[in-house]
Design a protein around this ligand. Structure first.
Ligand code: GCB
Length: 864
């Protein structure tokens, strides 16, 4: 056939409707798996009896409940999954594949008892060809899929030392794919086998290059056409390319096609996520043999050391956040709805950027980023420490290839990360301050360069990055020069120092490395909605301190024009085994709680980053408060309107103009009982109001002034905490005559790593008065119930801290040895009935016999 004739035939074929001849069939295999939570011999064999195994649906993880245990551990080891599927003659002459979107973390897959393959790494997809392992006949025939899944610590597989939960299980979707024998390659690192790039884009025109591999598993040579058709958001065809190809039996062929220039493309950006898509088709005449769809967006971007980031020719400050994927009670086994809810929360906060830390996330996340308009940094889980040996390196490199090839076509992705804070730990996997092991550093550097080069080679059109902790070692050992984007995680104002140190520190980095493009990949402080205060301090875990921290960072980042952008650590609270704080096994730096309730800081960012009119009254979780008579309360309102009116119980307090942080502050007096607070404002289109009711309990510091019922004090703390029985544990204070308070000692907080045991009142035990001598309540004579709460704060031996507790001279507790009697971090609560007589009140004294006495909480209740 001459070329002209061929073209005519092809055009004729194109004008006819497609016939979906042998195109792909894809089934979800999510339901009805059998699950065994441990190892077992020969569990892959069809004969093995799984009738007593639990039945589960995917997504599934076996660690969903672990973060709530007292035992500090999360099960890491082996489990088995089995599923029987019926296959019928429809699958004859097809190629059959199993596609797993994510299994934590090593999966051995068997079909009908025969090994199909192993995949290492918990966060990337993989596909196995199982055509040769399935049984088919004219009648529906049973086939068994069995997986041994192992999430044990593995020295050769990232992540090694992590600050987040390593969930085990088949926690993302599983698919059975039946393709024609002639098909786009399904076995290239779990990708779709089609790679679309836009090497040159402008507002006037765009070029599109599409690479693909087509595999011919048929017994004869195949002649076919490959066609890529580009559709706009309205599904209107805007361009296409077509080529006639032949491929021999059992062969594959790679090809690269340029789509004729697209004129006036609608550009993709966070504000206007104009999304096109590309249909890639293998066809023989009108018969569609294989067909897949990929997203396409037209945008260009650049990073500069002095100007930061620019998108489509305009400077864009990257306003971002990080996302861990887990969720309360579900672990990381999330549904599509869960991903959607999270991405919506991120977008509505006003972000234009999201770092998927510390690992590749579900396909839905990237699809939503394309659709909603969020620029993406995706990275592999090489966190804190690298084992500098070839096997670890090759597993890491493979993860980079899988991540990039699986997500290459998403226009939202701009940055690929290869590692996080790799100088934080020594070769012995211990946290260190100064790196001086040159042997380790040299090996690590060699591998870091190779991994970064893998990123650059896989995807020259995007930017490579590495997240570093705030240490000069990265500069000293020239690691910070390796990636295209030098990203820093900074926690001044949380783990140490003050929030105001942010700008001076990063300015100094910019000055020292004027050719580096700088980005802030993490900054954050923790909060737990169970604790609140009028006097916030670092590490108190109150939302009030978390706001101060973020307000300071927001103000400073505005003065750093060279910075490409910032990403908050973290959008969502997440499970971090083996840490304490106010709650256990949680990292609470989220803008949103683990069960996805936005915190105050969420609205601070929303007021600053999302132009949609809003007003929000902060300290929202502090609905029940206690305060002294005549005390004042601070009311903070975030709003992006010009003016905000505050009313209290229907009466106007005043009108204020939000400051540079979009914040107004009032100091008001709340009355006993219900206080209805409303903040409202308007712009030209809309009135916006936020309502909030505070239940206020007034207490008198003069304890004998009126009838005394009860008082509960969060000893050693300026923080209020409400327990499950609605007791408000008020702030502690030094004793004043006629009133109450502690005598002696210093306020202290538990080490953040201390996991508290044997209590539901975690916040109460987080703070304590160290070296306390006494506690007095100048109450009237009568009978009282006294409750004392203790916890051993230090990892000490028994007998190292021993004290007696006396009330009005009577010994209530002798030789209390918290370490010996209960153990480190174990809460102890003791209750006594006592009397006050002769107008002496209640005088509790603590007599230390070894070490210092300690007290975390004290509660006194009148019995009659
Ligand atoms: C970091 C780590 C991140 C931690 C975070 C924190 O620098 O990259 O994995 O969760 O600090 O909260 O301590």
């Amino acid at each position: 056939m001459t070329r002209k004739l061929l073209l005519f035939v092809l055009l004729l074929a194109l004008s006819c409707p497609f016939v979906k001849g042998q195109s792909r069939l894809i089934w979800s295999l999510n339901d009805g798996w059998k699950y065994l939570p441990n190892g077992a011999d020969f569990a892959q064999r069809p004969k093995a009896d799984d009738s007593k195994w639990e039945t589960v649906d995917l997504p599934h993880t076996w660690n969903a409940k672990d973060p709530f245990d007292d035992d500090e551990t999360s099960r890491r080891g082996i489990s088995w999954y089995r599923k029987k599927i019926m296959l019928d003659s429809r699958f004859k002459n097809k190629k059959l594949y199993l596609n797993f979107e994510g299994v934590g973390q090593v999966a051995d897959v068997y079909v009908n008892g025969v090994f199909a393959g192993q995949h290492k790494g918990g966060y990337t997809a993989f596909t196995f060809d199982v055509t040769h392992l399935v049984k088919l006949s004219d009648k529906p025939t049973e086939n068994l899929i069995a997986l041994q899944v192992n999430n044990a610590q593995n020295d050769f597989l990232p992540p090694l030392s992590i600050g987040y939960a390593s969930y085990g299980g088949i926690y993302r979707d599983v698919w059975l794919v039946a393709a024609s024998k002639l098909h786009f390659d399904l076995l290239d690192h779990g990708s779709k086998g089609v790679y679309i790039s836009t090497p040159a884009v402008s507002a006037a025109s765009a070029s599109v290059k599409i690479k693909s591999t087509i595999v011919n598993d048929a017994e004869t040579e195949q002649k076919f056409q490959i066609q890529h058709i580009i559709y706009n958001a309205q599904n209107k065809e805007v361009g296409s390319v077509l080529k006639q190809i032949a491929v021999g039996a059992g062969q594959s062929i790679k090809n690269e096609l340029d789509v004729p220039e697209i004129k006036n493309p609608k550009l993709w950006s966070p504000d206007h996520p104009n999304l096109y898509h590309v249909k890639s088709i293998v066809r023989q005449g009108t018969l569609v043999i294989d067909e897949i769809d990929n997203p396409l967006g037209f945008r260009w971007f650049s990073f500069s050391p002095n100007e930061g980031f620019s998108l489509n020719g305009q400077k864009l400050v990257l306003r971002g956040t990080n996302r861990h994927q887990d969720f309360k009670d579900k672990g990381d086994a999330l549904t599509a709805e869960d991903h959607y809810r999270d991405m919506k929360l991120i977008k509505e906060m006003g972000c234009n950027f999201l770092r998927l830390a510390h690992y590749p996330q579900a396909p839905e996340v990237l699809q939503l980023a394309d659709k909603m308009g969020l620029l993406i940094w995706e990275e592999i889980p090489l966190v804190n420490y690298m084992n500098p040996v070839p096997e670890f390196f090759s597993n890491s490199r493979n993860m980079i290839k899988e991540m990039i090839r699986q997500n290459y076509n998403h226009p939202s992705v701009i940055v690929w990360g290869s590692m996080n804070e790799v100088l934080l730990w020594s070769e012995k996997a211990e946290r260190i301050q100064v790196q001086d092991n040159m042997k380790y550093i040299n090996k690590l550097k060699k591998y870091a360069v190779k991994l970064d080069s893998t990123v650059r080679a896989e995807d020259p059109l995007r930017t490579s990055t590495m997240a570093m902790h705030m240490s000069d070692d990265y500069d000293k050992f020239k690691l910070s020069d390796v990636p295209g984007l030098a990203s820093y995680n900074i926690y001044n104002g949380w783990y140490s120092g003050k929030p105001e140190e942010f700008k001076p520190i990063i300015d100094a980095k910019h000055k020292a490395n004027p050719m580096q493009v700088l980005f802030i990949s993490e900054y954050g402080a923790e909060s737990d909605n169970q604790v609140n205060t009028e006097r916030p301090v670092r590490f108190d875990f109150t939302g009030q301190y978390q706001r101060i921290f973020h307000e300071a960072y927001i103000m400073q980042m505005r003065q750093m024009p060279y910075l490409a952008g910032t990403a908050i650590w973290n959008q969502f609270d997440f499970s971090q085994p083996n840490v304490g704080g106010v709650s256990n096994n949680m990292n609470q730096k989220g803008m949103v709680t683990w069960d996805r309730k936005p915190k105050d800081v969420y609205y601070l960012y929303k007021a600053n980053w999302n132009p949609q009119p809003m007003v929000y009254i902060a300290s929202r979780d502090w609905q029940t408060r206690a305060g002294l008579k005549n005390a004042t309360s601070t009311i903070v309102v975030y709003s992006n309107l010009n003016e905000v009116v505050l009313t209290l119980n229907g009466k106007q307090v005043s009108t204020k103009k939000p400051d540079a942080l979009h914040k107004c502050v009032w100091t008001i007096q709340l009355q006993s009982g219900e206080n209805k607070i409303a903040a409202s404002g308007s712009n030209t289109q809309q009135d916006v109001t936020d309502n909030f009711t505070v239940n206020y309990r007034i207490y008198d510091e003069n304890l004998s002034a009126g009838p005394f019922r009860e008082i509960a004090v969060n000893v050693g703390s300026d923080v209020q905490y409400i327990d499950g029985s609605n007791h408000i544990w008020i702030e502690d204070r030094p004793y004043k005559s006629g009133s109450f308070g502690h005598i002696g000692g210093t306020p202290a907080m538990l080490n953040i790593k201390t996991v508290k045991k044997n209590t539901a009142d975690n916040p109460l035990y987080y703070s304590y008065q160290d070296g306390i001598k006494g506690y007095r309540f100048d109450v009237a004579d009568g009978t009282y119930e006294l409750e004392l709460s203790f916890i051993e704060s230090d990892k000490i031996q028994k007998t190292e801290r021993v004290f007696d507790v006396l009330v009005n001279g009577d010994r209530l507790i002798s030789d209390l040895d918290l370490s010996g009697d209960c153990g480190f971090g174990v809460a102890l609560r003791k209750k006594f009935i006592i009397t006050a007589a002769d107008n002496k009140g209640i005088n509790v004294s603590f007599n230390a016999k070894a070490g210092k006495a300690t007290l975390s909480g004290i509660r006194l209740r009148a019995v009659n």
